[in-house]
Design a protein around this ligand. Structure first.
Ligand SMILES: NC(=O)c1ccc[n+]([C@@H]2O[C@H](COP(=O)([O-])OP(=O)(O)OC[C@H]3O[C@@H](n4cnc5c(N)ncnc54)[C@H](O)[C@@H]3O)[C@@H](O)[C@H]2O)c1
Length: 344
């Protein structure tokens, strides 16, 4: 068993990310005895085999789980199981279950200890790492939540075997994002292995999960509360969240489209050379991801007004300088509106 370890540093404490650890080895390796498993229903059979004597709360994964009423139902289940402040919750699922259940664990009894086992590619490289959790409220995405690190995150690539091809491929949008903002070698690695990756070759997947996680853990460790560098991780996401709001498409697909629009905006702002936009677009298409906008610029702009990243009449924008390098700039909403009209 070859486990690759990364760290998210948070002041004096450290949260580990363990890549390549099978879920059946978590209790021994991480020295924990979970009091409860909170898992995606798609995985409950596998979870109950790995943790036969632990009570399970299973949840139907998907964006609709991230609601106040589902959070309330989860608190109720935790009370019924007599979970107390000394309990440990092991959360196993995609980004939606991880986001909602980590918020429950962070707030129930003012916070109990928990570990995350992300089960989609998107959650393994992104959603489960960095301590952000949350639910949606009144149409605002991730508007209620906390930043609170789990004790550990375990990425077991074999969990991806049962994922639908569409959901699996969506995870590449966040991997491409990590490559674009910080790691041009990762971008080339993706370009050179698209065929194996699309076929879900688990060794090829493991080889790209690790560098993608390294980008995220380094950025989060340098800026846990998103006052500076962490905003780079929002590349593609201002537009993506707007598109998700309007079209109800998946997060991964919205991020793919969002990255192309924000790459074009970066080129308009004299950052990314426009010749590189086609290179990014080609990689996304080969990975089975959409790149066409499909939404009116005014609708995107109106939805961005609801975004957490907005500050009065400005928005922090991750501007791509070149493949592998981005920086944060402040953009007026007026300029953003014009730019959206120029590129959509
Ligand atoms: N907290 C963060 O920093 C952060 C970052 C990025 C994205 N997110 C959030 O992540 C969410 C998207 O997560 P996602 O893409 O993992 O989607 P998801 O959680 O909705 O999972 C997609 C589907 O796959 C199923 N599934 C999950 N694991 C499976 C498995 N191993 N086998 C078979 N089916 C499985 C789920 O039941 C669901 O139907 C969004 O809500 C987004 O806001 C959070």
């Amino acid at each position: 068993m070859n486990v690759n370890e990364f760290e998210v540093r948070n002041g004096s404490t450290t949260s580990k990310v363990l890549v390549g650890l099978p879920i059946s080895k978590i209790a021994d390796y991480c020295k924990v005895t979970p009091s409860v498993l909170i898992c995606d229903r798609a995985l409950s059979e596998r979870c109950s085999q790995a943790f036969s004597s632990t009570p399970i709360i299973d949840l139907k994964g998907g964006e609709s789980i991230k609601s106040l009423s589902n959070l309330e139902a989860l608190y109720k289940s935790l009370l019924e199981l007599e979970i107390d402040r000394g309990s440990f919750a092991l959360i196993i699922g995609g980004g939606t279950v991880c986001d909602m259940a980590a918020l429950a664990a962070s707030t129930f009894m003012r916070g109990i200890r928990f570990g995350l086992v992300p089960s989609t590619l998107l959650a393994q490289v992104d959603a489960a790492i960095g301590g952000k959790n949350g639910i949606n409220f009144l149409g605002y995405k991730n508007i209620v939540g906390t930043i609170n690190q789990p004790d550990f995150v375990v990425c077991d690539p074999s969990l991806l075997e049962t994922l639908s091809q569409d959901t699996y491929l969506e995870g590449f949008s966040e991997i491409v994002k990590h490559a674009l903002i910080r790691d041009k070698e990762l971008f080339s690695l993706l370009e050179n292995n698209t065929e194996l990756l699309v076929k879900k070759n688990l060794q090829a997947v493991l080889d790209i999960i690790s560098p993608a996680i390294k980008v995220k853990t380094e950025i989060v460790s340098s800026d846990q509360f998103e006052h500076g560098e962490r905003m780079l991780l929002n590349f593609g996401h201002s537009v993506a969240h707007a598109i998700e709001h309007i079209r109800k498409i998946s997060h991964g697909h919205a991020v793919s489209i969002g990255m192309i629009i924000e790459a074009r905006i970066s080129a308009e702002l004299k950052g990314l050379p426009s010749s590189q936009i086609e290179r990014i677009s080609k990689l996304l298409r080969l990975l089975g991801l959409p790149t066409e906008c499909l939404v009116e610029p005014d609708d995107i702009f109106d939805a961005i007004l609801k975004d957490k990243k907005r500050r009065a009449d400005q928005i922090y924008f991750a501007k791509l300088e070149k493949i592998g390098n981005a920086k944060i700039i402040s953009l007026s909403l007026k300029d953003l509106k014009e730019l959206l009209h120029a590129v959509c």
